[in-house]
Design a protein around this ligand. Structure first.
Ligand code: SAM
Length: 443
């Protein structure tokens, strides 16, 4: 039995000629399940129903499987994501971005949009992925580590802190916290949390968030604003307020035949019942080119860390990266992005930057899980391929009997690396991070 809709919500939707009671019917039906595949990792054998028309390598599934019990989910082979959100791919492709753009995903946890942006950037340019709430920032770091791109930085900051990076980004994605009317389909409990006052509070917060980061956007840069709600207060009205207050320009976007232009043609919607999705709103604004002060980020070469190009060729492909020794952690940053990344880390609270290749220990380098999951850098032949049962035991943190050479070995499932073990001959040490382990029974 579905929890009933809040009366004020049902009344508003029914009386809104833009929505109508069909939306309520759609919100009471089963939500679609969709995933987006990693651009180069091994594709999982999921039961696909149809492709998502507005995003590459994205599919609706016939049923919702147990993702936790699929090792390739942990390997970062795909990301389960609401289909409407994936329209960000079409938006990014339509923008006139420079080469190697710097993109900020401001409200990024758990990481759906960030993994999509990383795939779009193809390891070029820079993605700063931020989440203000600390435990959520940790989940964001885990998901981006599993997605395995080198050009990403994860931060845990309040939007206001971005004033320390004036005129820095070519695009900022604000997937704003909202009243979540689109969640009413998947999570009917969300219906109990909705109120008219909360809609107003969310709209005020959305304005504050965008105002806080506006100065970080370069002149001519793009602000992509999105919510998963249907009311004009948090969508068209908020965007109109940005247009008036910030002197920005609205970019008209034609995204997909099954999507609908917003009220007064402001932004675009995926509306359940019309678009196969839970519900999504997106609008794109461009900052005027004549805003005062061009790129205020200047290249500096005063690194605080010892630049230490160690011979890590044993484990990884060193082309296109610079390796730094940061407190005995060997950190790979993409060539050309070192200054920008170091500048970001000097201004913000860092969770992750580039890819940690390994740690320098007394007896040599201990490889890190970030390297195991980065398909662009990993270049190591010591692999042990395991079956499903062993893969799940490994992800559970267990040890079991396993034949293989002594030393560091990668555990792979269907050829996709899951993480490291240190093989000691008759037994092995499981190096899979404790905080990522599957907690449910896997026997
Ligand atoms: N972009 C994410 C994705 O695709 O996986 C979903 C983001 S969710 C809609 C909004 C995020 O904003 C949440 O992670 C939430 O913690 C964060 N948030 C909440 N209050 C915030 C605030 N005042 N400023 C910035 N972000 C906030």
């Amino acid at each position: 039995m579905n929890i009933p809709f809040p009366a004020a919500f049902a009344k508003r939707v029914t009386e809104d000629p833009f929505l109508g009671k069909e939306l309520l019917e759609a919100l009471d039906s089963k939500p679609p399940v969709s995933v987006r595949f990693h651009p180069i990792k091994q594709a999982s054998e999921l039961e696909i129903a149809a492709s998502v028309p507005w995003c590459d390598r994205a599919f609706y599934l016939k049923e919702r499987p147990s993702f936790t019990l699929d090792p390739l989910f942990h390997a970062g082979s795909y990301y389960p994501q609401e289909a409407g959100s994936m329209v960000l791919a079409t938006v990014l492709n339509a923008l006139n971005l420079p080469e190697n753009p710097r993109i900020l995903d401001l409200c990024a946890a758990p990481g759906g949009k960030s993994t999509l942006i990383a795939s779009f950037l193809k390891n070029e340019g820079l993605l700063v992925s931020n989440e203000v709430i600390q435990p959520r920032a940790r989940i964001l770091k885990e998901n981006l580590t599993k997605w395995g791109f080198t050009n990403t930085v994860v931060t845990n900051n309040d939007p206001k802190d971005f004033e320390r990076l004036p005129h820095f980004f070519n695009a900022i994605v604000v997937d704003a916290p909202c009243s979540g009317e689109g969640m009413f389909r998947k999570d009917t409990k969300a219906r109990q949390e909705w109120s008219e006052e909360n809609v107003q509070l969310c709209a005020a917060r959305q304005k504050r968030i965008v105002m806080d980061v506006w100065d970080s956007l370069l002149p001519g840069g793009f602000l992509i604003y999105s919510t998963c709600t249907f009311n004009p207060t948090e969508n068209e009205d908020t965007v109109s307020w940005f247009l008036n207050e910030l002197g920005a320009e609205l970019l008209p976007m034609s995204l997909s035949d099954s999507m609908q232009a917003g009220r007064n043609e402001i932004g675009n919607y995926c509306i359940p019942g019309i678009t196969e999705s839970e519900g999504f709103y997106i609008a794109v604004l461009q900052k005027s080119d004549d805003s005062i002060g061009k790129n205020r980020f200047t290249r500096k070469n005063d690194f605080h860390w010892q630049k230490d190009l160690l011979d890590l060729g044993n484990f990884s492909n060193l082309e296109n990266i610079t390796v730094f020794n940061w407190n005995d952690k060997l950190l790979a940053l993409p060539k050309g992005q070192e200054d920008a990344m170091l500048h970001v880390q000097s201004q913000l609270r860092l969770q992750k930057m580039g890819t940690t290749l390994g740690e320098i220990a007394r007896k040599g380098v201990i490889p890190n899980e970030e390297l195991a999951l980065n398909p662009f850098l990993l270049n190591y032949s010591g692999k042990i391929e395991v079956e499903l049962k062993q893969a799940l035991s490994y992800l559970h943190g267990d040890t079991f009997s396993l034949s293989g050479k002594q030393g560091f070995q990668l555990i792979t499932f269907q050829k996709e690396p899951l993480g490291w073990v240190k093989h000691l001959g008759n037994r092995f040490n499981n190096l899979y991070p404790k905080e990522w382990r599957i907690r449910m029974n896997v026997d």
